[in-house]
Design a protein around this ligand. Structure first.
Ligand code: AR6
Length: 175
């Protein structure tokens, strides 16, 4: 599924983000940049130890912000590590989740990375309900594209499994 926002394509796909051939991929990291399970584990396994070595040098990343490293053995050029909120049903959860997408897109645009793949941040270990997260994610990405118009060619969501794909497809239909 695909939608054009200005001259930027917003694309929904299903698959494994470690295989993405975009110029940057986004990692669902934790604030200590310490690695873990889910997307984070998959990216470090597939990319090799170079990525963690850079994460150690950077040290940490507050919730909602983003940092960038090289991509080791991955096809992509750079990995943007961002930290979504651990879902607790607080009023600030949507803002923190939106910030993670917006700051990742700002960083990509600033570095001249024109194609970016995102996983569904916060919806695994961090427990954010998929339907709510999909709405926040797509609205934030729309805003980020508008803000960085002419600097981004394609923003792709690489969704893991049918349920995640369906939630994002539904949210995009209603956007
Ligand atoms: N490609 C794309 N999506 C994936 C992949 C993959 N290879 N693997 C899992 N997903 P999660 P979070 C989906 O838990 O909720 C880590 O331990 C998954 O199905 O990766 O932000 C970190 O170190 C889910 O829909 O990230 C943090 O401590 C989505 O990616 C914490 O988990 C996000 O799930 C971050 O939790």
């Amino acid at each position: 599924m695909e939608k054009l926002i200005g001259r930027t394509r917003l694309v929904l796909t299903q698959g494994d983000i470690t295989q993405a051939d975009t110029e940057a991929i986004v990692n669902a990291a934790n604030s200590r940049l310490a690695g873990g399970g889910g997307v984070d584990g998959a990216i470090h396994r597939a990319g090799g130890p170079e990525i963690m070595a850079e994460c150690r040098k950077i040290g940490s990343c507050p919730t909602g912000e983003a940092v960038i490293t090289n991509a080791g053995r991955l096809k992509t050029k750079k990995v943007i590590h961002t930290v979504g909120p651990i879902y607790r049903g607080r009023p600030e959860d949507p803002r923190l989740l939106a910030n993670a997408y917006l700051n990742s897109l700002d960083l990509a645009a600033e570095r001249g990375l024109r194609t970016v793949a995102f996983p569904s941040l916060s919806t695994g270990a961090y427990g954010y309900p998929l339907d709510q997260a999909a709405k926040v994610a797509l609205e934030a990405v729309r805003q980020g594209i508008v803000k960085n118009s002419d600097k981004l060619d394609e923003i792709r969501f690489v969704l893991f499994g049918q349920a995640a794909y369906d939630a994002y497809a539904h949210a995009l239909d209603h956007m």
